[in-house]
Design a protein around this ligand. Sequence first.
Ligand code: FE2
Length: 369
Amino acid sequence: MTPFAIDCPVQIAFGAGTAARVPDLVQDPVVFVQGSSGAASDPVLQMLGDVACVIRCTGEPSVDSINAALETLEGIAVGTVVACGGGSVLDTGKVLAVLAGSGTRLSDDFSRIDPALLNRRADVRLIALPTTAGTGAEVTRNAVLDVPALGTKLSIRGRALFPDHALVDPDLMAGAPRAIALHAGLDAVTQLIEAHTSVAATPFTRALTAQALPGALRALRDVVAGDRAGWPAMAWASLASGMALANGGLGAAHGLAAVLGARLGAPHGALCGRLLVPVMRANAAAGASSVADCAAEVADVFAPAQGGDALSGLAAWMTEQGLPRLADYGAADAMLPDLAAQGRAASSSQKNAVPLPVETYVTILQAAL
Ligand SMILES: [Fe+2]
């Protein structure tokens, strides 16, 4: 067996009602980070009572939004950052917990961050409560920031970005609008499949992905259809996918989604879902045997179309759900060679199931266009 490491220092509580533990975990003063609607996170804020500051995230985190939030926190000796929301909120909270009180402001290449800060946080506690079942950001050591000056998204990485506690409560997720449930759920499913087929997959990550994938596919179908009973499995899928990707990497769908997200401003999960089937087909055609296990699980839940391959049922289901195509976000044929080259060079693509030539990345993008 090839040697491997397991890195997950987050104390995790999973299950309905676990969000109620948050008041016992904080040390004052508390900074609360939430999304723009606040629909899912307001009850958690009420549980905390008086907090020193509320930061509202209106979109995906960027160099400017982080610097603005750091200005707001100036003068507060932050004790705890509680981040309650989707991936953008959790990523914002992770960066604020690392940089609060350091006097650091981000530059476009993150070069002003002291590397020591990224690996050992000062005394700020970080608690993550996801309200979408998608990114698994509550158990990963990176935060993705939009850098408009460079026309791309970049990750800030380091062990200090791991939250101290993650409270993964399906009840916080169950009120998600249908489109959010679809996009976030497709992200979690794509993460499970890409982590399972990654060249860096380990016995630990495969134990997570193989166990979680069948339930994740059923839960995705059910929650998008409005069946609340699917939320616990969807929440577990997201959490398991986060632990798996943090310890075993992803693949070409995420590599391309990173580039497309920055260039088109399209939602991450929708891009992952749109790219998943073409990437799996390309990987299988290039000889990645691990794809077949996942394709069989997919076919079990999304019955293949007559004469179609194992993935044809999922592809048809996504179309029925109205999942946008890349062209709907403004992608065009002429952009594909450049997007393909950048996507192939992206960090997630380095762990794709099998190395693919740039022409195959173009073919994948054409299939998703
Ligand atoms: Fe993702």
